[in-house]
Design a protein around this ligand. Sequence first.
Ligand code: NCC
Length: 277
Amino acid sequence: DSFEEQYYPSTCLVMEAGVRVLRRKDEPFNKLPFGRLFPRQKLFRNVKDIKTCAIVSSAGSLAGSKLGRFIDTHDIVMRFNHAPTQGHEVDVGSKTTIRVVNSQVVTKPEFDFTHAPIFRNVTIAAWDPGKYNGTLEDWLTSADYDLFTNYEIYRRRYPKSRAFLIDPHSVWRLWQSLQMFAGNRPISRNPPSSGFIGLALLLPHCPQVDFVEYVPSTRLNGRCHYYSKEMNSACTFGSWHPLAAEKLMALDMNMAEDDDMSVFQFGILRIRRPDKL
Ligand code: NCC
């Protein structure tokens, strides 16, 4: 076993899930006109120059964190769904490289995915779980929310955009990694949250990932999001997504040497990519 497999088995398990975006050459899309909508570009430019990445959870406890400046020092900043930066710069920063969005955000009119400025000029990675064990053909007709229509509109309107779809099979492989980690405690058969999918998508491209306020810090305040007043602890600990298992696994991946200071005081989990796998 490599050093990483011995000492960071969770990180290796997450990497092995191979969370990825769909490419034009992938079956069955290579035979469908739909596949031609996928960008030719890679997910990120100049991958060799990427040294540090920040993932900003949408947790309520980011409010008052003053982590904005720290977040913006990273080469890549990942955010989720419609989580805003405007008006929250001091706490969450202003830089956004990529947004991971779920299929509800792509489809529900209130989010206005095809027009809203928040989804422009950033890389988009959209996901929908489809059915466990479903084929990709099935997925095209039975996604939980039909994200394909708006994806197509978006790609036609902005042909230069880097907007990708996440391979749903890779989302379920990540779920399996999570189940492996949980061992004999069965987790519900619901897909991981956007946060965990984002971590698995980013890690292969980034030597060091700082995940901000995912494992809750002492700022824990019961709010669902930093950008709304809604109180709901389920947003932090999970109801539908296997969020608690995700966070335990993510904590197991933490490499910051001063655990309690970094994770619980500052709210920062530091995850390093294994060198060889
Ligand atoms: O809330 P949501 O998640 O957009 O949050 C993005 C990611 O941040 C992490 N998070 C969030 C809140 C919190 N208190 N603690 C956290 O750790 C999680 O990792 C989360 O994934 C989603 O995962 O896509 C989710 O999306 C929302 C909702 O669809 C969108 O925000 C659009 O409104 C889901 N809520 C509902 O469907 C009501 C949520 O379950 C998952």
